[in-house]
Each structure stands twice: as C-alpha cells, then as structure tokens.
Ligand binder design. Structure first.
Ligand code: NAD
Length: 387
C-alpha cells in the first residue's frame, strides 16, 4: 500500500518501512565513515529501536564490532495499520548487522516485566555467555511493576505553576503555555517510571544470573538543559526522576564494586525524538537551538551524539571522561556559553510573526517526519510498499 504520514499533534500514527530502513542505513554509514572504536564486544541495549538507544546499538555494532541484543516495545503492522517506526528500524538493523556477520537479536516486549528480563538472560546465556556493556535507554510514559501496579509519569513542575512561550505546532503561532505543579503522588509516580529503579532491577537480574562480565560498563541517559526549561525539565517531575537515575548509577557501581562493574549517566543533547516532542515548550527550544547550532556548524543528531560519546567520552584514548558532577556530558556543545547566549537572545524576541525566521522550524519538522521514515531523500513515496 501507499503509506502517507498521518500527524496528530506530536505523534505520527503511520511509519514508512523503506524510509525507516534508509534512516537506519544512513546512521550505519555515518558510523562506518567515522571509523572503529575499541570497546565492548557483547552489548545489551534496552530501548533499542529509536532515538538514543538505536544510535547506541548502531555505534556498538558498526563502530565496535559488537554482538548486540536489543529490547524494544513496538507494534507490528496489522491490516491497514503500519508497524511503529521502531519495528521497521529494528528489522533493518538486524538485517544489516547479520549481513556483516554481526550477531544481532531483538526482543520485542515490555522491558519492565520479569518475563522479558528472563527472556533476555536466557538469550545471553545461550548465545553470548555474558555481556560486557548494558545501555539503558528507555523512555516510556508508564510502567507496570512486577507486582502488577501501573504507574504513569507526568510532565509537571514541582512547586509553583510555570508559564513559558510555546510553539503551537498546528498553526505556527506562539502563545503562553502553563504547566501546572505536580502532587507528591505524581512526582513519586514519575520517579517510578523514569527513575533508575528498573535499571537497578535489570543490573541485579543480570548479575544474579551471572551474565555480566567482570568490569562491565552500563550507561543510562539524561538531560539537564538551560535555565529556561528548568521548571519543566530539570527541576520538574522528570528532573526528579533523572536525579533518581543519577543516584542509581552510584548505587549500581557501589553494589557491584567486587565485580568492577561501573554505571554512568550520560547527559545528552536535546533532540527531536518521540519522547521529547511530547514535552510542552521543548519543541520551540529545540527549533531555536537547531538554528543556532546549525549556523555554528556544530549541530548533531542521535548518531553523531552516540558516536562521540562512545569514541571520545567512554572508550577514547584518554579514558572515561566524567565531569565534576560525576556524569558524562555530550550536551557540552548545546550548553556552550555562546550557543546559549544566542538561544536566549532569540527566545526574548521570538513571537508568532518572526517564528519562521528566527527558529529552524523546517529542521524540527524534517527530524520529526524522518523519525517515521518520511521525507527521506531518494524515496518515491507514491509507490506501493509492503508494510
Ligand atoms: P525514544 O522514545 O526515541 O526511545 C525509547 C525507546 O524505549 C524505544 O526503543 C522504545 O521501543 C523503548 N521502550 C519504551 N518503553 C518500553 C518498554 N516498556 N519496554 C521495552 N522498550 C521500551 O526516546 P529517546 O529520546 O531516545 O530517549 C532515550 C533516553 O534518552 C531517555 O532516558 C531520555 O530521557 C534520554 N534523553 C533524551 C533526550 C532527547 O532530547 N530526546 C535528551 C537527553 C536524554
């Protein structure tokens, strides 16, 4: 069938299989062109089908020559419904990895569940013996814990309500959006979903099953961003969860000291992904940031970020590059003083009349569509495709 984008707010309900494949192959190409990285050889990626997790898996496989197991939560196509992009991305990744003789297995199911943890452990035992790296890159609005309780995360402030400029994606206007403050329960639930508890559960399960190599490394991803978005992100409910993630890295390293296992959080750049486009105010910040970083020729996407993280900050010749806050930072270019000053100058002036001139709205939308396999160069979207 002919697959067209169906955009509703910040989500697209269709995905193009050939476009998604092209996107994955483009990321693989990028890694190959940038050369080999000396690093782990058996890598588990939890949240491996889109965004930072997919880019991590591609870098591990095609940069480090690693065997990879990916965990994802994606839907297959059914009837006239296409699959989700992560499904097509994973199929394309598996095929490309196997074509190069790289081991690659993908497990589609709820990473928060005991069943999927068990399935992954059995797969490691049967196929790889042990893993020497675990990337934890889940972004999810909800989590059901093994006792059957479901928790939903909130994107809210903590303390006072917060009003800030917001880009209305539907009509390209800028109006104020107000985020209300969270209750204690909403804060706790967000920490349950997006904090480090499940990361710790994974590491304990892998360790108890003896499928972690001594001196293995594990990474999870975080975001801090500029003061402008602090009330929404860094100091909001999600920031509280990210604090828990950072504390969990310390706890994992401490608990697994005798095996030499080390856990780190990497603070990454703000990018258009399915997770970030759902956060109010963030799309406007992203499109202004894109404008400034592209003009300075320092713009990066997920693959550039993850390649730089692995090649320079984790497995580079200088050893692991932890900053004073105990975390790795590939948000360093985003947070550069000159970049942030220009972003803030634009932020002061931006309104509905000058939005298209002052922000890279085209760049935002291009990234958005490409996440779903649309608007990729060289694809004839009028052709029938097998979904
Ligand atoms: P994403 O939505 O692109 O990817 C999320 C991945 O998690 C997908 O592979 C999805 O299939 C998987 N997933 C979700 N729920 C699952 C479940 N229950 N079981 C198994 N798999 C599941 O998100 P992303 O933006 O790449 O985010 C990944 C991490 O990076 C998050 O911790 C996020 O906070 C962090 N981060 C994102 C940004 C950004 O701007 N996008 C910036 C810095 C850090």
């Amino acid at each position: 069938m002919v697959v067209e984008p169906k955009v509703k707010g910040f989500i697209c309900t269709t995905a193009h299989p050939v476009g998604c494949e092209k996107n994955v192959l483009g990321q693989i190409d990028y890694v190959k062109k940038n050369g080999k990285i000396e690093g782990p050889k058996k890598v588990l990626v939890i949240g491996a089908s889109t965004g930072y997790g997919l880019a991590s898996r591609i870098t591990a496989a095609f940069g480090m020559g690693a065997a990879t197991i990916g965990v994802l939560f994606d839907k297959e196509a059914s009837g006239k419904r296409t699959a989700t992009p992560g499904f097509y991305n994973t199929r394309a990744f598996d095929a490309a990895a196997q074509a190069e003789g790289l081991y690659s297995k993908s497990i589609n199911g709820d990473a928060f569940s005991l069943e999927i943890k068990e399935q992954v452990i059995n797969t490691i035992k049967e196929d790889l013996g042990k893993v020497d790296m675990v990337v934890y890159s889940l972004a999810s609005p909800r989590r059901t814990t093994p006792d059957g309780t479901s928790y939903v995360s909130s994107l809210k402030t903590i303390g006072a309500d917060f009003t800030q400029k917001n880009w209305n994606l539907r009509d390209n206007t800028i109006t104020d959006a107000t985020l209300t403050s969270a209750t204690e329960e909403e804060i706790a639930n967000t920490v349950k979903v997006m904090g480090g508890e499940d990361w710790i559960d994974w590491m304990n399960a892998l360790s108890d099953a003896d499928v972690l190599e001594d001196n293995a490394i594990t990474l999870a991803y975080s975001y801090i961003g500029p003061k402008l978005t602090y009330p929404i992100y860094h100091e909001g409910t999600i920031g509280r969860a990210k604090q828990h993630l950072a504390d969990s890295a310390i706890a994992i390293t401490e608990n697994m000291r005798d095996k030499g296992i080390k856990a780190y959080v990497s603070v990454n750049k703000a990018l258009v992904t399915q997770a970030s486009s759902a956060i109010p105010v963030v799309p406007l910040y992203l499109s202004v940031l894109y404008k400034v970083m592209k003009e300075k020729d320092i713009h990066e996407g997920c693959i550039e970020q993850m390649y730089r993280l692995f090649a320079e900050k984790v497995f580079g010749t200088e050893g692991i590059q932890v900053e004073a806050d105990g975390m790795l930072h590939v948000d360093d270019w985003e947070m550069r003083e000159d970049v942030q000053k220009e972003v803030m100058d634009i932020w002061e002036q931006i309104n509905s009349d000058n939005l298209l001139e002052l922000a890279d709205t085209d760049g935002y939308w291009l990234d958005f569509y490409q996440m779903f396999g649309f608007k990729m160069d060289g694809i004839d979207y009028s052709l029938d495709v097998e979904v």
